[in-house]
Design a protein around this ligand. Structure first.
Ligand SMILES: [Zn+2]
Ligand SMILES: [Zn+2]
Length: 349
């Protein structure tokens, strides 16, 4: 087969710079995109050519080889581009189909419902005990009219004749082996002749849904809980998407969290630091007994075992660390000052 002229395919000069290439690619890729040209195999070919041309010319190394040796030079150099790459790059550049064509379709596993993500914010106490939260979500559900098939009542989706239900069409062309999304069914493998009017063939409708999510004790900021099947409904009976609940645990004025451990800053007076003291403070769950040793120094840390956060997914809890801060009185009472004076006399002896 003949060598293709990648410059001609993109309609640019041999000196075209990055920006020119990108511009040309954008324009042509949109023009020949299979979604814009359903059932037109020629557009699909052009789209692939454009994508391959851009793939080679936008890569300085590949471009140098191509300029010197032509398409044949690229052979055996691992130059391979498949449909996934083409579409991934396309999505990168254009930010998705929805923006471009004004539709709301998402690509990916054909038919599978969309994954959804929600963020929830918890107090430290809530994170410590765990809880069940009811979330009010707007999500996709199966269309009532067509029960999610996307086909008008009384009809059913048909197996796509172009790809025989595979959703993809394979081509072997020169050095490239390429599979493209079937332009007739757009990868679904099925074809809806009479579309349901309610959902316009998507099989989905937006509904408010309340979902209860169990949040285990010990979660921390950034933890994600996956609720399988609680995302968007799949098309034509395909599996629903998943719901991802992303946790944020708010800062707490009493306890600073370090993993499963908690740190509490405690101010004590000079007498307590010198003489030591036993006292109780409110912990995260119960009152905690603290034994301040005699002669404690500012910055000393007392460890109280098992009074920290519950360990996520296992038994037991982290520790509570009490960091002592010795408070020096700024304006002691007359009586206290007298005692300090007395103390100084004694220590001077
Ligand atoms: Zn419907
Ligand atoms: Zn098809």
């Amino acid at each position: 087969m003949g060598e293709r002229d990648f410059y001609a395919i993109l309609g640019v000069s041999r000196n075209a710079d990055r920006e020119e290439l990108k511009k040309a690619y954008r324009k042509l890729a949109v023009q020949f995109h299979p979604d814009r040209n359903p059932g037109d195999p020629q557009a699909g070919e052009r789209f692939r050519d454009v994508a391959e041309a851009y793939d080679v010319l936008s890569d300085p190394e590949k471009r140098r080889v191509y300029d010197r040796f032509g398409e044949a030079g690229l052979k055996g150099r691992g130059h391979d581009i498949n449909a996934e790459d083409i579409f991934a790059r396309f999505m990168d550049m254009f930010g998705g189909f929805g923006d471009m064509f004004g539709g709301g379709r998402t690509r990916g596993r054909p038919g599978k419902g969309r994954d959804q993500q929600v963020e929830i914010s918890l107090s430290l106490d809530e994170a410590a005990t765990g809880l069940e939260r009811e979330l009010d979500l707007q999500r996709d559900a199966a269309c009532d009219t067509c029960a999610g098939t996307g086909a008008a009542p009384g009809s059913a989706p048909e197996v796509c004749s172009a790809c025989r239900g595979q959703g993809r069409i394979g081509h072997s062309q020169g050095l490239f082996t390429i599979t493209t999304t079937c332009p007739q069914c757009r990868g679904a493998g099925r074809f809806i002749r009479n579309r349901c009017e309610t959902c316009r063939g998507t099989g989905r409708q937006a509904v408010h849904k309340r979902i209860k999510v169990k949040i285990p004790a010990g979660v921390d900021t950034g933890n994600t809980i996956r609720v399988p099947g609680a995302g968007g409904t799949g098309v034509e009976g395909a599996a629903p998407g998943d719901l991802y609940v992303v946790i944020e645990v708010r800062e707490d004025p009493r306890f600073q969290r370090e993993g499963d451990d908690l740190v509490h800053e405690m101010q004590i007076g000079v007498p307590d630091a010198v003489l030591g003291r036993r006292l109780r403070i409110p912990g995260l769950f119960d009152e905690v007994r603290i034994d301040i040793p005699k002669g404690s120094q500012p910055g000393d840390v007392i460890r109280i075992e098992g009074e920290g956060m519950p360990r996520l997914g296992t038994r037991g809890r982290g520790d509570l660390w009490i960091r002592l801060d010795v408070e020096v009185p700024r304006s002691p009472s007359r009586e206290a000052r007298k005692l300090y004076e007395k103390l100084r006399e004694i220590e001077a002896q």
